[in-house]
Write a protein that binds this ligand. Structure first.
Ligand code: PHE
Ligand code: FE
Length: 278
């Protein structure tokens, strides 16, 4: 894969540290880069008013993300660490799995420095600063979700050792990236991959095509995902507490079951126990 980030001269000139982190060098973002952030921000906030989870919108608010321009990590990290002890570190591009999980396990979220160009407002293959900060950081201001993300990092290191990362990665995909939550006002989005996408913010709630089914951890771990299309299946949680508590059990017996019974679901498949919503 070619990295769009190599077009970012501030990334290209730096030698990453052992944990892959680099400096943001916020002063060096151009006017055009800040303008692209503002454009994406305005578009998403408008779409998300009645679609995003209240906790996501509260996170935007509490972290003052509505200020114009790409956020400066110095101030963002002060606000975020005061709320949940998390901080963001900049990385040049996607980092190896063990590096990623070690950051999460230490309450550090790795974010790309570069921002997409105007020709790629709607889709890019590699997470940029808009996806990583706008998409992921508001939920890290929520204490329960923040604990879930740290636990996921620890679980990721363990799954790496057990050789079960392909199963655990599906949990990240269907919750952290593409998760929906039930609220008294209907389904809402908390997944970062959706909130940072104009098309999918709309599609995941309103389109008749995808199935929306109740969260079931083992079902998720048996379900494939596709990265370059809108999802065909979304999993809906009742609360972040439900998500956190479901992941507090020892996964070793679940991983064991996944090998003894290797039932696997494609992205559009239905399973016998699925509870459909909407
Ligand atoms: N409880 C999981 C395990 O035993 C770890 C985990 C926690 C995984 C939270 C994902 C999310 O491996
Ligand atoms: Fe992401």
């Amino acid at each position: 894969m070619t990295h769009a980030s190599i077009n970012d001269p501030v990334v290209a000139r730096q030698t990453p540290r052992a944990d892959f982190s680099i400096d943001q060098c916020w002063e060096e973002y151009t006017e055009e880069e800040h303008a692209i952030w503002d454009l994406l921000y305005a578009r998403q906030v408008e779409l998300l008013q009645d679609r995003a989870a209240p906790e996501f919108l509260a996170g935007l608010e509490r972290l003052s993300l509505s200020q114009s321009g790409i956020p400066n990590l110095e101030t963002l990290n002060d606000a975020l660490s005061a709320l949940t002890g998390w901080k963001i570190v900049m990385v040049p591009h996607l980092v190896p799995d063990d590096v990623f999980f070690t950051h999460l396990a230490n309450r550090r979220f790795p974010a790309g420095r570069f921002i997409r160009g105007r020709h790629q407002l709607d889709y890019l293959q590699e997470p940029d600063v808009f996806h990583d900060i706008f998409g992921h950081v508001p939920m890290l201001a929520n204490p329960v979700f923040a604990d879930y993300m740290q636990a996921y990092g620890q679980g990721g290191l363990r799954a790496l050792n057990l050789g079960t990362l392909h199963n655990l990665a599906r949990l990240y995909w269907y919750t952290v990236e593409f998760g929906l939550i039930e609220t008294p006002n209907g389904l809402r989005i908390y997944g970062a991959g959706i909130v940072s996408s104009a098309g999918e913010s709309h599609y995941c709630l309103e389109d008749a095509e995808p199935q929306r089914i109740r969260f079931d951890m083992e079902r998720i771990m048996r379900t494939e995902y596709e990265i370059d299309i809108f999802q065909k299946t979304y999993f809906v949680i009742e609360s972040y507490k439900q998500l956190f508590e479901a992941t507090q059990q020892d996964f070793a017996p679940i991983y064991e079951r996944l090998t003894t019974d290797n039932t696997n679901y494609g992205t559009r498949d239905a399973a016998p126990d699925d509870k459909l919503l909407k």
